[in-house]
Design a protein around this ligand. Structure first.
Ligand SMILES: Cc1cc2nc3c(=O)[nH]c(=O)nc-3n(C[C@H](O)[C@H](O)[C@H](O)COP(=O)(O)O)c2cc1C
Length: 919
């Protein structure tokens, strides 16, 4: 990427580098104020030089423009920044950082030769060492790194030794945070490395408490040497222990004792799901994971998407296990009925080694072998959903959404009227099993136990909603995730039983077949009458599939003509958001497909502020749709979602019937039972209602996070709407027409003291700096509010009067991931050039000058704020990690200039107010 052409350059507007402070400067001169020479640098932070605060994540991927190959030696992570807040330390690593320097900073990206453990390989310069080692099958453990998450460089398990062609010395580095350079030599085995690994594992075991250490010690060699297709250490760490278990959520459970503090849950919840339920800021040894508002998970905004459970490498976060309850229902003699979702069969195939497409037809037989008398296909009710939802769409032709209902009820209750009322296929099937199939069988609904096999953890919560019951009993009795179901086959290749001791015991008690072998199991069909499905239904497993299936039906119903093409390529793909315009006869339908909570939030915000408008939106909370669901197999394959999507499309293409409304069993169901789509009976059994359930945000610090544990709510988690002080928040005294002039002055003076401190951070450094600004602001008598730039209330941003932006640059000149949506929005051309005319601001950037686009995000932001009419109080500070004192010197200089300008600005404002008051 050339330095001049970045996606972060605002998209239009003239250059305007003038600082725009002159008019104020003139006023200032006229007003002859005092105190301008006061040194406004706040006193040193207590304990500032104790060296505890750490900064993580340095040294990973560099810019990939072609230059002379250079070898630099930045450290793996930034060591102590003196004077930084202690909270930042909690984002650091286990114990001491490496003193060693890492090689592997390159700007050349092309083919090159390297040597790994003495064997020569050809690879690409610029790739992460860990990725290359995995590709080459060289075993290297790691906990915090995941190919689908940003690098955090926290666990230090992936240490390797490396040197370049000329250097005589081997240097230790994290393979996840260093890149390949030409002729690099790498070794993964040495006395030093073994010692380092043993030490690191010891620290992790200490974090993980008690038993973990012994397991690790016993299996240490195994971990390092037999580290093959299960690259996580999850099998080693996956012990169920019961102390400090947060059981408050109906779908997932967090066992603090098993936590290794790798921070993957924090990253995935923020970056992928856009929810920010977990944090390590403010964590203690006893409670390594802090949850939103310092509450139990069940009391937060968590929507149970389960991404934390998919990415947790230690088994500390898992789904609530219902296998034992299902086995007990079998023991009680219930009629056992299972339903299998489209992605579930793909996931079961992955975990049970069903590799050939035809092998997936073994799934019904395997479930029957477990003890289910009837196995239905949830695809059948996917077709039914299309019938109901398609007719609903035609009736409404406005935004119809059916995402994670929990998400809308908790986070965007104002959108509930736009939600499709059609139940999910799981709930439709449950309802039909209890109301239709039971009658055919001559049984009462309570004699049947319906178990839904799902790729999703949120379904565990959904099935407990009071609206989804028949005769007081739930339509869906239990939801088992793909992982839970696969763990029920204890003798299969990938499930050793370590995760499922209780079900195994129960299976033995039940005298069930203990060695169900997928390889030798026969193929069979799903049971009828709820087992025939079309290809369209199979598409429900992948993002865009529900839309595609709905369009196939809606088109033909609306135009009464045959669809000219079956495939809607324009809405296929796994990116967060895809939009298109579909012609249905003369009707132009604007459609959007969005997946992944973070992308969903961005789209919803755009819709709510009228920046985007669509007729029909498919919303999937998990990345890539159900195939990336929270109950799917854990995988370190970076292309796992693409592979699963390909399997789904493959099944779809081989289907004989590919449109939901052509499913003969669906037609029969309407004729035999339901009448027609949207009939009163269909409404009663197949539709639902939603009620707003916003999670109350705390207005003061809670007493304790968990069972009376001492807990300090981190500032960063207190940025709910009512905490924002941008000139219009609830902390501002409400406007009162009866105020006296003195009262007005008090209010105005209070307003003038407000300072919004926005941060954008990838690995926590900018947050640490932002907290320093907060501290200093308090010491200087301001009223600071720390705000996540990515979560800024955009409707109120234009009213902010005084602001500091602390922003780091990441991944080749980009904004940190959580703030990218904000930047995309701010750089849009539709903003008025005087949009930020009230704002006085300054930017402090964190970057590394060895990157070509040094402090690019901060620079772009500074420029854009000026373009939109904001006035710069002091020049941008450009912190450079490569500087001798890291960011310290620059930060001091910037602070000095900023606080001085802010005080001058305040004096000008006070004088202007006084002048206005005296007429
Ligand atoms: C993977 C990676 C990519 C980076 N890319 C850039 C860059 O393009 N430009 C830059 O100035 N600094 C870059 N940096 C340096 C970071 O800005 C610096 O480490 C900063 O301290 C990170 O702050 P944060 O923890 O608040 O995200 C990068 C660092 C890493 C680890």
């Amino acid at each position: 990427m050339g330095s001049g052409a970045s996606r972060y350059e605002p998209r239009s507007h003239d250059e305007s580098d003038d600082e725009s402070t002159s008019s104020e400067g003139e006023q200032k001169a006229k007003l002859d104020k005092k105190g301008s020479n006061v040194d406004l640098i706040p006193p040193a932070t207590p304990g500032a030089d104790d060296g505890r605060s750490t900064i993580a994540g340095e040294g990973a991927r560099k810019t990939r423009t072609i230059r002379e190959p250079t070898v630099r030696e930045p450290t793996i992570r930034e060591p102590t920044i003196h004077g930084f807040d202690d909270d930042a330390a909690s984002q650091g690593t286990y114990g001491d950082p490496f003193d060693d320097q890492c090689l592997g900073q390159t700007t050349y990206s092309g083919p090159c030769k390297i040597t790994v453990n003495g064997i020569e390989h050809v690879t690409q310069a610029g790739k992460l060492i860990l990725e290359v080692l995995r590709e080459k099958g060289v075993p290297v453990p790691s906990l915090c790194w995941h190919p689908r998450l940003p690098t955090v460089g926290k666990c230090k398990l992936c240490a390797v030794e490396m040197k370049d062609g000329h250097s005589p010395d081997w240097k230790k580095a994290c393979a996840c945070a260093s890149v390949i350079t030409p002729d690099m030599q790498i070794r993964t085995e040495s006395h030093d490395l073994r010692q380092h690994l043993a030490e690191t594992l010891k620290k992790i075991a200490h974090a993980q408490k008690s038993a973990g250490f012994y397991i690790i010690r016993g299996l240490f060699d195994k971990a390092v040497h037999h580290y093959n297709d299960t690259p996580d250490l999850q099998r080693l760490f996956g012990l169920a222990r019961h102390a400090q278990v947060d059981n408050s959520n109906q779908a997932i459970v967090l066992d603090v004792e098993a936590c290794t503090e790798c921070s993957r849950c924090v990253t995935v919840c923020r970056e992928v799901s856009g929810m920010n339920i977990y944090s390590m800021v403010g964590a203690t040894a006893e409670f390594p994971i802090v949850k939103q508002y310092g509450r139990l998970i069940g009391d937060t905004e968590c929507v149970a998407c389960g991404q934390c459970a998919v990415f947790c490498p230690s088994g500390a976060i898992q789904e609530q296990n219902d296998v034992a309850a299902v086995v007990q229902a079998m023991q009680a003699g219930k009629v056992m009925v299972a339903g299998v979702a489209p992605s579930s069969r793909i996931g079961l195939g992955e975990m049970l080694g069903l590799t050939r497409p035809a092998d997936l037809n073994k799934v019904p037989s395997l479930l029957r072998a477990l003890g289910f008398q009837f196995v239905f296909d949830t695809n059948f009710t996917a077709d039914l959903t299309i019938m109901e939802e398609g007719h609903e769409l035609l009736g409404r032709i406005k935004a119809a959404m059916r995402p994670n209902g929990e998400f809308v009820m908790k986070v965007y209750p104002e959108l509930l009227p736009h939600l499709s009322t059609a139940r999910s296929p799981q709930q439709m099937l449950g309802s039909l099993v209890k109301n239709y199939f039971a009658r055919k069988l001559g049984r009462r609904p309570d004699e049947i136990c319906y178990v839904s096999i799902m790729p999703c953890t949120a379904k565990k919560q959904e099935c407990k909603r009071p609206q989804l019951r028949t005769e007081g009993l739930p339509d869906v009795d239990y939801v088992l995730t793909v992982r839970e179901t696969a763990a029920w086959f204890p003798l299969t290749r990938k499930c050793t039983g370590m995760f499922c001791p209780r079900p195994v015991r129960l299976i033995k008690e039940l005298e069930m077949p203990f060695s169900i072998r997928p390889e030798t199991t026969e193929e069979s069909a799903y049971d009828n009458p709820l087992g025939t499905a079309t290809g369209a239904a199979q598409l429900f497993g992948v993002s865009g599939g529900v839309m595609e299936a709905a369009l196939r039906t809606a088109y033909e119903l609306y135009t009464q003509q045959q669809l000219p093409r079956l495939t809607f390529h324009e809405i296929r793909g796994l990116e967060g958001l895809r939009t298109s315009t579909v012609m249905m006869g003369n009707l132009e339908l604007r459609v959007a497909v969005v997946s992944g909570g973070a992308a969903v939030r961005r789209l919803v915000d755009d819709i709510l502020s009228n920046r985007a408008q669509y007729h029909f939106i498919e919303v999937m909370f998990c990345p890539g749709g159900c195939l990336g669901g929270g109950g799917m197999p854990r995988s370190e394959n970076p292309h796992v979602l693409e592979d699963r999507a390909a399997r789904i499309y493959g099944i779809e293409e081989r289907s004989v019937i590919r449109k939901s409304h052509e499913n003969p069993q669906i037609r029969a169901l309407y004729e035999d039972f339901l009448g027609e789509p949207l009939s009163p009976l269909a409404h009663r059994l197949l539709h639902t209602t939603y009620t707003p359930r916003p999670v109350p945000k705390p207005t003061s610090l809670p007493g304790g996070a968990l069972a009376g544990a001492p807990f300090v709510l981190p500032d960063v988690l207190r940025s709910g709407p009512e905490d924002h002080t941008d000139g219009s928040s609830c902390r501002t005294a409400s406007t009162n027409d009866d105020r006296t002039a003195e009262e007005e002055e008090v209010v105005a003076a209070r307003e003038a003291k407000k300072l919004s401190i926005f941060y954008a951070t990838q690995t926590g450094n900018a947050l640490a700096v932002a907290k320093l600004v907060v501290k200093a602001a308090r010491q200087l008598g301001y009223d600071p509010v720390l705000q996540d730039l990515g979560k800024t209330d955009r409707a109120k941003f234009g009213k902010v009067r005084q602001a500091v932006f602390v922003v780091s640059t990441f991944w080749d000149g980009h904004f940190p991931e959580h703030a990218r949506g904000f930047w995309d929005w701010l750089s849009q051309p539709f903003h008025d050039r005087r949009y930020l005319k009230l704002m006085r601001y300054s930017v402090f950037g964190l970057g590394n000058s060895t990157f070509e686009l040094f402090n690019h995000a901060a620079r772009c932001l500074d420029k854009r704020l000026l373009e939109l009419g904001a006035k710069r109080l002091s020049p941008i500070g450009e912190g450079d990690y490569e500087a001798k004192d890291r960011y310290r010197g620059t930060f001091k200089t910037w602070s000095k200039s900023f606080w001085r300008s802010l005080q001058q600005h305040q004096q000008v404002q006070a004088a202007l107010r006084a002048k206005a008051a005296t007429g």
